[in-house]
Write a protein that binds this ligand. Sequence first.
Ligand SMILES: Cc1cc2nc3c(=O)[nH]c(=O)nc-3n(C[C@H](O)[C@H](O)[C@H](O)COP(=O)(O)O)c2cc1C
Length: 357
Amino acid sequence: MANVNSDLKLLPPPICSRDESAAVPSAPRPLKIGPVEIGFPVVQAALSGYSDWPMRVIARRLGAPYTIAEVLIDRFVLDLKDRARTKHHLRVTDEEHPVGAQLMGSEPKDFGPAATRLVESGFDVIDINFGCPVKSAVGGCRGGYHLSQPETALEIVSRVRDAVPSDVPVTVKMRRGIDDSDESRDRFFEILDGAFERGVAGVTIHGRTVEQKYVGPSNWDFLREVKQHAGERTIIGSGDVFTAEACLDMLCHTGVDGVSVARGAIGNPWIFRQTQDLAAGREPYSPDLAEQARVLKMQFDLCLQIYDERKALAAIRKHAVKFARLHPHPEETRNAFAAAMSRDSWLAVLETAYGSE
Ligand SMILES: Cc1cc2nc3c(=O)[nH]c(=O)nc-3n(C[C@H](O)[C@H](O)[C@H](O)COP(=O)(O)O)c2cc1C
């Protein structure tokens, strides 16, 4: 297939709305995903092993306008029983809306029924994963593997779009290709355009290739090129947004409609509020130790609502060691959290390190 973008002339970067010389910085445009109003266009990414119900609730309570659950394998969703151990994957509570679920799989036929089950569980948006670079996903013909086979990828999109009600938006998450070859680039645009033709409401693009995994930067110039290609169609950018400044820089540099925060939100659920502050010309909110402890305790309590104590500890430990980066003694605090093996010892670390009750 011809390079669909070979004659695309790159326009200069869009005019930044964040003009430091301006007295009142203009606000970024609100984000919409199909009929779903998101609002401030900086959202929380799907994060396998992290964006469980507690993390999503915390993000929403602290200012994230939209979150996506951890990726789920379609067969796993179809086989899920109403057992305490796993049913939390389908848990959606009122305060979470709008919230997205994400599906990954190999067989197009399994996607539709799995998407239906997620909608019935209360998720507002169904996102399809064509980006996961981990060996087990790519080796199992899932995730990023689909970037090598546009026909199958687009069949998956059609299956999901046909299965879920028309007012539930379907979105796609892609990396910028399998690798840096021209063929990979052509397939990327074939899938992007084909997905929009089949009715997706938006596409999130991580500016790294599958082969690249996490080595080297996310290519924001590519995101800019894709947004120019997409015109009015909704594009959300991903990759290397660790601070409020970076979120606004991505909007400015690339012109994307939204920013998906991934690693930058682990241990800093205030990043959404900080970005909103910065965009409004305010000093970004900086949580003091008491606020950090309050939020950590709140997240632990949420974990205890859905996991047994052992699993709750394992879940909160992963987050707490990242929260520790904001502590004046990060290493000491991180090590103390990592060593806490019971609920009481974890709470004791919180009290000693943060001075909470
Ligand atoms: C621990 C971890 C888990 C992730 N899980 C998912 C996932 O379930 N679904 C997905 O589409 N992307 C997933 N990603 C990719 C991120 O959403 C994001 O695209 C990527 O990390 C680049 O953004 P960043 O550089 O700002 O972290 C994950 C990334 C990390 C680090």
